[in-house]
Design a protein around this ligand. Structure first.
Ligand SMILES: [Fe+2]
Ligand SMILES: [Fe+2]
Length: 158
């Protein structure tokens, strides 16, 4: 047990972000398997790549939580309340998930400033940049799907 280097509320926030990352890994891998099963190999691969990236985030958060003297909490993460059987639904679920992740991280970053915890802040900032890129990618997919419909799926996601 190391000495405590972060405030309790920052450790709690690191755990909230960590729990959401674990949730995102599960959700993206679930989607990966479904899309792979439907033969949408390219889309399935993208989803798996995102899951792997979220796993990297989870790993860095675990390292940080232990470094600052906290403990990982395995809290229940959210599960989407829709059937994720088609591309449009999956994209919508993921946009929602990334928007909430960005909001959570921005709150965390503000808290880190207030508590003078720049190590935790830098970690949250680097994760934030990745989630903003994920959101941008899913929004572009959504726009293309709306514009080109099934043609887009056939030409780019299979
Ligand atoms: Fe993430
Ligand atoms: Fe993400």
């Amino acid at each position: 047990m190391t000495t405590k280097k972060s405030t309790d509320r920052v450790i709690e926030m690191l755990n909230l972000v960590y729990t959401a990352e674990i949730g995102a890994i599960g959700i993206y891998m679930d989607q990966h398997a479904r899309m792979d099963d439907q033969g949408l190999k390219k889309f399935a691969e993208r989803l798996k790549e995102d899951a792997v990236e979220e796993m990297g985030h989870a790993e860095h958060l675990m390292e940080r939580i232990l470094y600052v003297g906290g403990a990982m909490k395995y809290e229940k993460h959210e599960v989407p309340r829709v059937d994720m059987e088609d591309v449009a639904t999956i994209i919508k679920v993921n946009i929602d998930l990334e928007v909430r992740a960005i909001d959570r991280l921005n709150q965390g970053i503000r808290m880190c400033y207030e508590d003078n915890d720049n190590g935790s802040r830098l970690l949250m900032e680097s994760i934030l940049k990745d989630e903003e890129r994920h959101l941008d990618e899913y929004e572009t997919l959504q726009e293309n799907l709306e514009k080109f419909g099934d043609n887009f799926i056939v030409n780019h996601l299979i």
